[in-house]
Design a protein around this ligand. Structure first.
Ligand code: MF3
Ligand code: CO
Ligand code: CO
Length: 255
């Protein structure tokens, strides 16, 4: 297990990559409307990343992933593959963007509402967002990775929701997924100690029903076994001397 501590020069490049990833989520927002297909969203993001940002969409061909973004709808947990199916009123969708700029990765995702989703869909999206924020608030040098997991798990379970265990946050830099693993469940004061200069994602997947998941035959799309709704939000986080810096803030938007 070797966690690389980023140098000031690397951190500056990660700030740029993080901002670009966030900008894609900001750019795509007006397009996320009932009737659009996730393939169309993929195409718009792809063209923006490649042509406007002169960056690389990291998912494309990553371990064989066929598209440039992940789109996970309703009971899909993560890694949904864009398709020709249209989004419809009442859906919730996670759009997950990872860009590579100047060799460094920025990784972020958020939930979008199509029209006016029902109370249950809004609730799971909000709880997953609260889980992300509570996890982020635990980040500081000297803290333990388990502090993040406990904060997220405690909140999710207090709302009778569950935390997906099979997928986790991750160190990130020149490599898309590097050490450490960032579990979204666990016990405070356990696990690796955070140090200034570490960069990792926090990206809790929270289910309205049971935590168990199933991989579809496409070998990518993860869904809830009980078909309950699921939601996820993700930021790339730098550990600073005083706490944390969110590298994937969307200008003028919530964290
Ligand atoms: N962006 C995802 C993450 O947060 C990873 C997607 S891998 C892909 O780690 F191949 F599905 F794109
Ligand atoms: Co990630
Ligand atoms: Co991601």
């Amino acid at each position: 297990m070797s966690i690389n501590i980023k140098t000031p020069e690397e951190i500056e490049k990660m700030r740029i990559a993080g901002r670009l990833a966030a900008d894609v989520l900001h750019m795509i927002k007006p397009y996320v409307q009932p009737g659009i297909t996730t393939n169309e969203l993929d195409q718009i993001c792809h063209d923006y990343i490649v042509n406007e940002q002169q960056a690389i969409p990291a998912p494309l061909n990553y371990r064989g992933f066929p598209k440039s973004i992940c789109t996970s709808i309703n009971h899909q947990v993560c890694h949904g593959i864009p398709s020709d199916k249209a989004l419809k009123k009442g859906d919730i969708v996670n759009i997950d963007i990872t860009v590579i700029k100047d060799e460094f990765h920025g990784d972020t995702s958020k939930m979008f509402y199509l029209g006016d989703p029902g109370i249950k869909a809004r609730r799971i999206s909000e709880i997953a967002h609260e889980c992300l924020l509570l996890g982020i608030e635990q980040v500081k040098p000297g803290g333990h990775m388990g502090d993040i997991g406990q904060a997220i798990q405690t909140h999710a379970e207090s709302k009778n929701c569950s935390v997906v265990r099979e997928y986790c946050g991750h160190g990130i830099g020149r490599v898309f997924h590097e050490d450490p693993q960032v579990l979204h469940y666990g016990k405070a004061n356990t696990g690796i100690v955070m140090e200034t200069g570490m960069i990792f994602t926090i990206e809790p997947m929270i289910n309205a029903g049971k935590r168990h998941v199933k991989l579809l035959n496409d070998q990518w799309t993860v869904v809830t076994k009980d078909h309950s709704l699921s939601a996820q939000w993700e930021h790339t986080i730098l550990v600073t001397d005083t706490g944390y810096e969110v590298l994937t803030l969307r200008p003028g938007d919530e964290i």
